[in-house]
Write a protein that binds this ligand. Sequence first.
Ligand SMILES: Nc1nc2c(ncn2[C@@H]2O[C@H](COP(=O)(O)OP(=O)(O)O)[C@@H](O)[C@H]2O)c(=O)[nH]1
Ligand SMILES: [Mg+2]
Length: 317
Amino acid sequence: MDVPTLVEQARAGRPRAVARLISLVEGASPQLREVMAALAPLAGGAYVVGLTGSPGVGKSTSTSALVSAYRRRGKRVGVLAVDPSSPFSGGALLGDRVRMQEHSGDSGVYIRSMATRGHLGGLAWAAPQAIRVLDAAGCDVILVETVGVGQSEVEIADQADTSVVLLAPGMGDGIQAAKAGILEIGDVYVVNKADRDGADSTVRELNHMLGLGEAREPGDWRPPIVRTVASRGEGVDEVVEALEKHRAWMEERGALTARRRRRAAGEVETIALTALRQRIGDLHGDRRLDALAARITAGELDPYSAADELVRELTAQ
Ligand SMILES: Nc1nc2c(ncn2[C@@H]2O[C@H](COP(=O)(O)OP(=O)(O)O)[C@@H](O)[C@H]2O)c(=O)[nH]1
Ligand SMILES: [Mg+2]
C-alpha cells in the first residue's frame, strides 16, 4: 500500500493501517520521511501520558485500568508498550498483551507494542514517531508504558505530557527510585498494590523523599501520590483526576506548549545526530579519514584540527 493511502486509512481509524505505520517506525523504514511529512498536519491533538516503574509494579494492569476509565469518559485511547531492551516486539510484552485483552474488539482502543533496541537513537528516536501515528489516528489520550528500567524510564518521561511513576510496597522502590532519578520525573506518583502490607510506609517514604526537594515556589506543581489497586480498578478514577489536574496546571501557564517544543527540539536533534553518526559510520576506512590519520601520525596535523576538517566536510555534503 502506498503512503498516502496508508495515512488516509490510519486517519479514518483503520487499525491495520495504524499497525502498519508503527511497523514502519519500528523497522526504520526509508518511507518514514514521507509518512512523517503526511502526518505532520494531523497530529497534536492527543495527550501523552507516560507510565514508568520497576517490572512487576503493575504498569500494564494500571494501563489497562486507565484505558477502561478513559473509555467510560468517551475518549479514544492509544497504548504504546515500548521495549527498549529487545530488537523484536513480542517476547516480554506477551504477558502484557494478556492483561490488555479485555480491550480487544473495542474500536476506540489501539494497543501496540514496539521494540526499539538496535536503532540508532533508540527510544528517543522511535517513540515520538509512533506517538505521532497514534495521535494522527485520532487518539485523545496515548498511554506509553516502558518495559525496562533505568535510562529508558527517563527517556519515556521526556516523551510524555504527564509522567506517572508507579511504586509498590515491598519492592525496595525507595532506593531504586532514588537511584533512577525517578523522583525528578514524576508528575503524578501511584502507589499500586495498596491491598498489600506496607503501602502506608511506601506512601510515607515517598512523601518524605518528595518533600526533601528544594523549596517550591507558590503555584509550583506538587506531585500528588495516589493509592491504587489496579487489579481491581480501585483508585484509577483518582489517577485520571490527578492527570487532568496536571494537564490543566500545565495549560494554564503555557508549560504544555513549552514541554512539547522541548520534545520536538530533542527529536530533531536526535534525528540530525543519528544522520551525522551514520555518515561518520560510513567513513570508517574512508579515504578522507585515512588521509587525516596519516597526517596526524606524520606530525603534520593535530587531532582537533583533523576533526574540525572532517566535520566541515561532512556538513558540507
Ligand atoms: N495484589 C495486587 N497485585 C497486582 C496489582 N496490580 C497488578 N498486580 C499484579 O502484579 C503483577 C504484575 O503486574 P503488571 O501489570 O504486569 O506489571 P508491570 O510489569 O509493571 O507491567 C501481575 O500479576 C498483576 O496481576 C494490585 O493492585 N494488587
Ligand atoms: Mg508491563
